[in-house]
Design a binder for this molecule. Sequence first.
Ligand code: ADP
Ligand code: MG
Length: 253
Amino acid sequence: MTSDYTQLLNNLETLKLIEIKNRIDEITGLVSSNNISFTEGLLKLTNMEIDHRKESIVRSMVKVGAFPFIKEVKDFDFDFQPSINKQEILELENLGFIDRAENIVFLGPSGVGKTHLATAIGIAAAKRRNITYFIKCQDLITQLKKAKAENRLEDRIKHFNKYRLLILDELGYLPIDKEDSKLLFQLIDKRYEKKSVIITTNINFGEWDEVFGDPVIANAILDRILHHAKVISINGKSYRLKDHINKENKNNE
Ligand code: ADP
Ligand code: MG
């Protein structure tokens, strides 16, 4: 015959109370040694289950985000990049911009931390259950192009529009021809004043004409992005180069 204990474990499994199942021995131990009451024990177990579920939602939201790495604002060395106002970044991490459907543009040369900060804010958003997605601009365009060729552009734009926060990384690293610019415009226009976008780019706004195949579309995109946007201009040294230089110094020692 199955023992009460085994039946209890089976019941917890059936009810999907996995964390309670994992921690039951620990808490029954405390109850039987009279350290805590039965009610206190149950309270502890149910709190553990609730915390465990919250953590697993956070984990899955971050996974959905498809971030290139897991780096947060706390991992950013602001001393290394004095052109960045730390307070401003901490304010962005509070996510008010998402409620106001505002955008963020990180502008600056390679290696200064644009992708790091965009990712960090994206992770903060995902952790607070804002559905977020990170994608390189070029990959987004490839997907939209493919969808158009397959007559399902509208669906694809709808798909990218479902994210509360969309991060477009590396805009302008590669030139975008007129047809592709139009595709990007459609998505930006759909989200305009409704949902936030974070963009990282190395291209000054004055030079967007040259990146996009068409100056009119370039302007239309820029207009919608910048109308309600916080622009974080970073002009400093590359962090990647810093590691490189350190390594070389070590090798020379
Ligand atoms: P960018 O997108 O501007 O080219 P990244 O954000 O990809 O640069 O940064 C390059 C690498 O250096 C990443 O691994 C990033 O985490 C790291 N990094 C950049 N700036 C900093 C910083 N100030 N503090 C800590 N790590 C940094
Ligand atoms: Mg980058």
